[in-house]
Design a protein around this ligand. Structure first.
Ligand SMILES: Nc1ncnc2c1ncn2[C@@H]1O[C@H](COP(=O)(O)OP(=O)(O)OP(=O)(O)O)[C@@H](O)[C@H]1O
Ligand SMILES: [Mg+2]
Length: 313
């Protein structure tokens, strides 16, 4: 079944919650100078996805070229991979292109009302099979988040391959259920290739250093006068009007809590399933001890947490 994936990222100038739908406006670009709030916005989106969606419906791939922001998500049930150096990014993106192409092959015969192969039509077909008692599996939404695109595409050795993979993902990923979110400190034409820009219809400009940079991101000036700290102008694919949004703040305690809870929830679910496999009825879950929590984390850090795909590597 098609699943709506949305996150509340802040409040607009009238004080209403601003909800960003990753299914309706796929692929987005976030840009802003240092300290403008890009990483905080990404933390907010990741925590919201982890808290509000099941890990079998949403799989997350994170690109963290700065290496210090997002490593703590490795081992979270929803997170497949956190890439840190350039080589890891190149491999992760190559794997994502492979997943996308594999998805196109398996959903070849599942068309939507316009006759196009899309992941929601595939999942709908699988859902009907389940109802008929035939076991099937649906394809989860894949969210790819990359902080600091500039550090990757300017790399002398891997930059071109990385850029090629990102362009393929933004051009073809949507129908295959893959959403790409890209952040950059340097919103220049050199970093934001025209093909990336054309395929990222949602743009969030945090404070930028010049009018020219503002135009690169939201096609008009204005973002250079923002206050910083999550003050943003948002351009959506549905309108040419920009919406002023104050993005939500996020501190490390909030992030640690969300990660902790998601790991606990997964452990509780696994414990319950294991007990059910051996006993017909079991009224209570076991209390989880901290040692098992730690060993679960240690064993998951930096590894895939259960990809259903065969990697080309
Ligand atoms: N929405 C927000 N509300 C309140 N404070 C914020 C918000 N966003 C960012 N800040 C503050 O600004 C600081 C810098 O934010 P953040 O690290 O997200 O910036 P950045 O754009 O990622 O910077 P860099 O490009 O250097 O990585 C945060 O530590 C926080 O104190
Ligand atoms: Mg940052």
């Amino acid at each position: 079944m098609a699943q709506e994936i949305s996150v509340t990222i802040g409040v607009d100038s009238e004080g209403n919650e601003f909800v960003f739908s990753l299914t309706q406006s796929p692929h987005a670009l976030f840009a802003g100078t240092t300290g403008s709030g890009k990483s905080t916005l990404i933390h907010n989106i990741l925590c919201s996805l982890i808290e509000n969606h099941d890990d079998d419906k949403v799989r997350i791939f994170i690109g963290d070229p700065k290496r210090v922001e997002f490593y703590r998500y490795a081992g979270t049930p929803h997170v497949e991979r956190v890439a840190r150096d350039v080589i890891e990014h190149e491999k992760m993106l190559r794997k994502l292109v492979f997943i996308m192409n594999t998805r196109y092959q398996i959903m070849e015969n599942c068309m939507d009302e316009n006759g196009l192969p899309v992941v929601s039509a595939y999942n709908q077909t699988m859902y009907r099979k389940d109802e008929d008692g035939i076991k099937s599996f649906s394809l989860p939404n894949i969210i790819v988040v990359i902080d600091e695109l500039g550090n990757l595409v300017l790399d002398k050795q891997s930059g071109k391959n990385i850029l090629d993979s990102i362009i393929q993902l933004v051009q073809l990923g949507r129908a295959a259920g893959i959403t790409v979110l890209l952040a950059t400190q340097q919103p220049t034409a050199k970093i934001i290739d025209t093909r990336i820009k054309a395929n990222c219809p949602t743009r969030i400009a945090l404070k930028v250093t010049s009018r020219v940079n503002s135009r690169v991101v939201i096609d008009s000036s204005g973002a250079e006068t923002l206050n910083g700290y999550g003050d943003a102008l948002v351009l959506l694919p549905t309108s040419s009007n920009k919406i002023r949004v104050q993005c939500l703040g996020m501190d490390y305690k909030n992030i640690a809590d969300v990660i902790e809870k998601s790991v606990q929830k997964k452990l509780a679910k696994n414990t319950f399933n294991n007990q059910n496999a051996t006993e017909a009825v079991k009224p209570q879950c076991k209390v989880i001890d901290l040692a098992s929590l730690k060993s679960f984390r240690d064993s998951s850090v930096g590894k895939s947490s259960g990809s259903k795909y065969i990697s080309p590597n």
